[in-house]
Design a binder for this molecule. Sequence first.
Ligand code: ZN
Ligand code: FE
Length: 239
Amino acid sequence: MQIQIIKCLQDNYSYLIIDESTLNACVVDPSESKPIIDFVENNNINLKYILNTHHHFDHVGGNKELKKRYNSNVIGFKGDKDRIPEIDILVDDQNIWREGNFEAKIYHIPGHTSGHIAFHFFKEKKIFTGDTLFALGCGRIFEGTYEQMFNSLKKIKTLPKDTEIYCGHEYTLQNSNFCAIYDPNNLQLKTKIIEIKKKIDSKLPTVPTILDDEIRCNIFLKAKDLQTFSKLRDLKDNF
Ligand code: ZN
Ligand code: FE
């Protein structure tokens, strides 16, 4: 299974998960169709599935056009069936979604939106976290409560430490500045920030990140209780 990172809009990431044996692929959160179509056509990919982490426009904007063009199936959270465009297959918390060689466990991780989910490709140890967990950050709480977001992050924290995290946006540099202020003595964070800056300077994505690094460096995953987490989330909203 190969992952192709595709930049979309301003700072979004869509991902193609490609089964090299068949060239069948899933796209995660196609913000827009054009960059996806370009890659698919240039590489003879069969775009079979569209996986949506949540209903926001910058994650589903390409659904309609891609489905029309490739007859792909759209997979999303059952509770969001009325707001994910062109949805075909409804999934729920803890379901295993399986098609061909693709196999992912669904986690319902509300907070950013009430119907946010993550797709965990557990055999490959990769998770697509949308706008819930970012590299060195977490999503804004729009529809849920602080407690929901805190618990959603906790669920992700229990996955194997070497899990690769693919998130919805390139927000890492800005997130790292925030972490550095509130966790000034974290040497691992300092090292990580140097690596992040190198990547940004070379115009390379800072994703994927590794769960173990996030647990040690992401201030939102380090928050020891709900109160600390909520305070940090408020501070970040005004950062
Ligand atoms: Zn969003
Ligand atoms: Fe987003």
